[in-house]
Ligand binder design. Structure first.
Ligand SMILES: *[C@@H]1O[C@H](CO)[C@@H](O)[C@H](O)[C@H]1NC(C)=O
Ligand SMILES: *[C@@H]1O[C@H](CO)[C@@H](O)[C@H](O)[C@H]1NC(C)=O
Ligand SMILES: *[C@@H]1O[C@H](CO)[C@@H](O)[C@H](O)[C@H]1NC(C)=O
Length: 470
């Protein structure tokens, strides 16, 4: 018995102790798991917040602090030193903040966080590190050009802080955002009040008076803006140059077209070359002749051709359609849009509410040859950016061809298609807005902003020459 007791006691105690350990380990594990889970949830929450409501200013200053390498002091001699006028925030940053605070509506208040780039996308290339702060891909709003232009200009090596040393003057008024937030304003006095304020302010500046505003420019990222359309409304600023995503045909000697921003904002020429190489590698995965990403625009005369385009695309086995019916929101997913465009040779660009489309630049970014139905959709718009011969990079269908789009496109020889596609792929850097963080030394290509500054410089220098002669 005693020996049995002796034997059973240790066995009991060992059982007890091992039981205690068993009890302890899971609870420790449980606690550990709980902590890890809470930490993960917190991180996911932060990420969610970051993506949904990007902290425009804090994210920016953090990024700039991290990237505080010295700015390249080398300004391209083809670009004149330019001065950015300092304006009251109600002309720019307050308009951006207003857009950010209005989450529900997408068209009325463009989401232009991250200095206009929009929400970062964790997208290709697959081997890139997934730090959202380093991605080149963003869900950029079509009307964000004016905000991105400003962010690029702020860090541009040709920017000067001395108005006396400047040949060009940039007026950072976000006229498109202002128009967007005022689109429902019926009272014209109120609608135009900010523009009138700006005109008065500019007219009072000595730098503006020197040349009657001829060396001043403004960037507008929207098609519907009334500011300066009517020279009688604001004669003081009528001679300023306006860069806009859509010029009205036959109007405005001072208006020049700039591309809509798409989703790609590279920091280096290497980023661009990687993407171009990928497009060339996957050229054979283009399974369809043509694609259409868009929707019907009932009530718009310009968009009458859309019904024809959509009927033919939906019927043809060789067409990839994406219906941008607003209730389905399929076109708000950049990955989906680009992936469809990467699977077709041609991307149809019929006019909608306006003659131009952001989709043209999405197509080019995907190496898809744009097909136009009006010369005002691109040829008469983006002279600074596109090759002189439209047929090198695009197709224009005449009204007589609109009823048999598939036959017209299928008729183009394969070698010609390949050559056009290569030109489109080569044009990608030219129609891209580089990331505002990129430094001039690292960028290694001329993006939309550089080209605009070069062309503005030619204009202002020519102007000065002709004034000298007079
Ligand atoms: C438009 O707004 C201005 C300024 O707020 C006001 O004086 C004017 O009466 C308004 N006009 C109409 C037609 O409501
Ligand atoms: C704008 O240019 C026109 C034509 O050159 C000129 O008549 C007009 O006075 C200029 N306006 C200003 C404000 O300098
Ligand atoms: C793109 O722009 C560069 C200048 O930056 C120019 O030399 C080149 O010809 C352009 N590419 C095309 C395809 O037009």
């Amino acid at each position: 018995m005693a020996s049995k007791d002796k034997e059973s006691k240790p066995s009991f105690s060992s059982f007890a102790s091992s039981y205690k350990e068993m009890m302890k380990r899971p609870s420790f594990l449980l606690a550990f798991r709980f902590v890890v889970c809470v930490a993960l949830c917190y991180l996911l929450w932060l990420r969610f917040l970051f993506y949904t409501f990007p902290p425009a200013s804090t994210a920016v200053s953090f990024r700039t602090a991290k990237l505080s390498r010295p700015l390249a002091a080398t300004c391209d001699p083809a670009i004149a030193p330019f001065y950015i006028h300092r304006l009251h925030p109600r002309f720019n940053s307050a308009l951006v903040q207003h857009g950010l605070s209005c989450v529900t509506c997408c068209d009325v208040c463009p989401h232009v966080g991250h200095r206009g780039l929009g929400r970062p996308l964790l997208r290709l290339p697959a081997d890139a590190d997934l730090d959202p702060g380093l991605t080149s891909w963003y869900a950029t709003h079509p009307h964000a050009a004016e905000v991105i232009f400003h962010a690029r200009a702020e860090r541009h090596p040709c920017r000067t802080a001395d108005p006396a040393a400047a040949e060009l003057f940039y007026v950072p008024f976000f006229a498109g955002l202002h128009a967007a937030t005022n689109s429902r304003q019926q009272n014209h006095t109120r609608r135009d009040a900010l523009a009138v304020d700006l005109a008065e302010h500019l007219a009072s500046l000595p730098a503006f008076g020197r040349s009657g505003g001829r060396d001043h420019f403004l960037v507008v990222g929207r098609t519907s803006w009334d500011f300066m359309r009517d020279p009688d409304l604001l004669p003081e600023v009528a001679n300023m140059t306006v860069l806009t995503v859509e010029r009205r045909p036959g109007e405005g000697r001072n208006q020049f077209g700039i591309p809509y921003p798409s989703y790609f904002h590279p920091r280096t020429a290497e980023d661009v070359a990687d993407w171009q190489a990928e497009l060339r590698r996957f050229a054979r995965t283009r399974s369809h002749l043509f694609a259409f990403v868009g929707g019907l625009r009932p009530g718009s005369d310009k968009a009458a051709v859309r019904a024809k385009v959509m009927a033919q695309c939906w019927k043809s086995k060789r067409c990839l359609p994406v219906d941008c019916n607003p209730t389905r929101r399929r076109c708000e997913d950049p990955d989906r849009v680009l992936d469809v465009m990467r699977r077709a040779d041609f991307c149809l660009q019929p006019p909608g509410e306006s003659l131009t489309r952001r989709s043209t630049f999405d197509a080019m970014l995907a190496g898809c040859i744009p097909v136009f139905f009006s010369e005002h959709s691109a040829y008469a718009q983006y002279e600074w950016y596109m090759p002189a011969r439209p047929e090198d990079w695009s197709v224009q269908l005449k009204p007589t061809q609109w009823d048999h789009i598939e036959e017209e496109l299928a008729r183009i020889p394969k070698t010609v298609v390949e050559k056009m596609r290569e030109t489109v792929i080569e044009l990608i850097p030219n129609v891209t807005y580089a990331h505002p963080d990129s430094s001039a030394t690292q960028l290694g290509f001329q993006d939309v902003v550089d080209t605009a500054l070069i062309e503005l410089t030619k204009r202002v220098r020519l102007n000065r020459e002709s004034l000298k002669i007079l």
